[in-house]
Design a protein around this ligand. Sequence first.
Ligand SMILES: Nc1ncnc2c1ncn2[C@@H]1O[C@H](COP(=O)(O)OP(=O)(O)OP(=O)(O)O)[C@@H](O)[C@H]1O
Length: 416
Amino acid sequence: MPLRDAPTSNARTANTRTEDDIRPDKGPAAKLAVTRLTLTRFRCYEGARLNADTRPVVLTGPNGAGKTNLLEAVSFLSPGRGLRRAKLADVERIGGSDGAVEGRRAGWAVAACVETPFGPVDIGTGRDVTAEGPSERRLVRIDGHPVRGQIALAEHVALTWLTPQMDRLFIEGSGGRRRFLDRLVFGFDPAHAGRLSRYEHALRERGRLLRDGRGDDAWLSALEDEMATSGVAVAAARRDMVTRLQNACEQAVGPFPRADLAVTGTVEDWLDEQPALAAEDDLRRRLADSRRFDGSGSGSGEGGGTVGPHRSDLSVRHRTKNMPAEVCSTGEQKALLIAIILANARLMAAERGQPPLILLDEVAAHLDAERRTALFGEILELGAQAWLTGTDSAVFAELGDAASFFRVEDAHVTPV
Ligand SMILES: Nc1ncnc2c1ncn2[C@@H]1O[C@H](COP(=O)(O)OP(=O)(O)OP(=O)(O)O)[C@@H](O)[C@H]1O
């Protein structure tokens, strides 16, 4: 669904833009780019400000300087828990001078000015602080207006990232792969974040009622109805994303491997054979039939549901090697992930006119020279604002004036 067709929050009404705002006769659409980033009591930063233009941003400095923390701050411009999946309390600066010491926390904040095709948007987000103290709720403001939840962020910012923790994405449980895929979907279909959140909320609520032995039939049926409608929509959006992403993978040239992608799961299988409404009926029926089993705890984890898109998986194969990603070498797995991220950026550029923001933490240093040049070349060709980190600035030298360089040292950021 096009971005502006889906007013999912008061952010859109507070900040409504029309197709005219990006019409060609006003010149080329602005790139998606963070042009100002301000951190307050965020991780190692008591306060920091970075001004950039729309070029890629290169952050270099020694280990522990605060490079990844800056990327994490940018990642909070999209819905969710950021690239470290941190608790909000853990993000807050420890040992700061402003009362932000253990046991006496004051909240943290990230503010950014983001260039978008609709014009610049000011985004503010941070940990809510109430009279009782800081909470685990993340506040979001868009152009100065508070918005409910974080979903509105997906309407403004499309973001993907690759971090060293994702080296295990293909080896560990399916949750990480689902989240990775969902982030790609948010870029095209911001309403996906809302459907996912409604599905997960209903799943948790149903699991709680079943485990506690409470909840009458009507209550459970209402939750299962929500799970069926939003769950099938989630599965359908993921399936559609993977089909389009596969096409974009086919168009890749260069040294990154071809990836064969599929999204697997019961609901996806139903959607292969029947329309969405019939799949919803099937899911509703299966949920009603499995109440006793799901309530016994045998359904295990994730709300106890035996069936649903919370059990789907993204399957990735290395085409040339004809091998599943999980048995490829660490370097090959990383190359596959880069291939997918670049395919997604190409797809967004083709379909939406602009690629997403791409956060690449310690990626460049691990690539051989050919792949590094290919990665930089594709980022520049796409016009994507990538945020790249590394300890050695020489690795990024070939970017020259095409990128903005910053030195990060002891929680201070200085333009180079
Ligand atoms: N809540 C916090 N309060 C204060 N400091 C923190 C907090 N969380 C993390 N840090 C510190 O922030 C520092 C910078 O971390 P960051 O991951 O950004 O480093 P980096 O520059 O990416 O390093 P590397 O090159 O080793 O990956 C670390 O010393 C870390 O211990």
